[in-house]
Design a protein around this ligand. Sequence first.
Ligand code: ARG
Length: 474
Amino acid sequence: MPNTPLSSHNQFDNKSQAWSARFSEPVSELVKRYTASVNFDQRMAHFDIQGSLAHADMLASIGIISAQDLTEIQRGMGQITQEIEAGQFNWSLDLEDVHLNIEKRLVELIGDAGKRLHTGRSRNDQVATDIRLWLRHEVDTSSNLLRILRHKLAQLALQHADTIMPGFTHLQVAQPITFGHHLLAYAEMFGRDAERLADCRRRINRLPLGAAALAGTSYPIDRERVARTLAFDSVCRNSLDAVSDRDFAIEFCAAAALIMMHISRLSEELVLWMNPRIGFIDLADRFCTGSSIMPQKKNPDVPELARGKTGRVYGHLTALLTLMKGQPLAYNKDNQEDKEGLFDAADTIRDTLTIFADMIGGIQVNADAMRAAALQGYATATDLADYLVKKGVPFRDAHETVALAVRHCETQQCDLADLTLATLQSFHALIDTDVFEVLTLEGSVAARRHIGGTAPERVRIEAQCILDEKQSND
Ligand code: ARG
């Protein structure tokens, strides 16, 4: 009804809602703020434009819009990109979200060609596409950061392949290990984290566009073309699923939660190691703060905060799972709530990994303190038992013999290696002078040279493998 008074309720007429002439009264200010997402989804603007350009290119290729329209759209989007980058774009709450804000500006700039852009598309498949493009970029960034962090761990491990520390179980001294080996345990964890990101990237990288609102579109669209333009591996095979499920975002949050879990374990150790009673390491001053009241304090704030931030990422995973669980097909506005948690999860792992890569590279190691701690607590007791086993003693008997020797040491307040040969022989006649090779810390770690063992020789091989890994993100 172009000539009735209703025409003043044209789409994008600021006096009415952004989406339709169907409504007779405006929403309240609070409802407007409640339902709008522009304050947070504007950070997807770059990807929204990228998606729109790919869609327009496809519409032109099948003759739904003219080549002239496409050129206009490209020109308009170029200007909008500049405005956004210059901080001059006027984001409006009235226009609800990033999609309508950009489209409105496009129409302002280029007129009718701008109004043709939304042909064969809905905000439902548009937003699903934007999130996937945005998340793919985040996955690539964080995968790269994991690689850098693993390199820093491997470099430090190479430097400390021979540095001996106590290994713990139950947080009690168990057996001597090398500090390099301990660091490489984290490199393994972060390696699996990178695999998880690469895996979830495969399912992120599918194109929802073309699903339109929920049922697809009657235009003869070329979805494969759009997928190629946007470097998606494939297209989503069901329009209802494409616009509604956010399982890919949940997978990402699960991977992010595991990254933070590993970061948090490492943080806990860094905090412990920095305690003056332990004193294994020192962190560079730029990752610590002092106390406003206790002048002697140097607090490991960064690892503490990282440990704390782990909780919020777990929270985002739980929130997204809960967001999704009650939704019938297809799109529901609930899904607008997917973004803030997802953004925060991605921001948290990106910032944390960046800081940790820097912090690990600057760790000061106190090898003497590590060694002194390894010498306390009978860390080579297992080696003595193994020594007896190799001489033909059944393991359980050897275990008992060593337990008695340890008890003797406790009363004498000395280490196993401090006992004389005669004393050791009083516990078992098969003990000979060669026992002292296994009772030393060096002998103990060097013996564990198999794949996965703590020997300096093995640590050097494993660290070098990580340093030699190729630089790609796959
Ligand atoms: N801002 C919306 C979101 O984030 C975009 C899609 C809105 N679609 C709709 N039919 N209201 O999910």
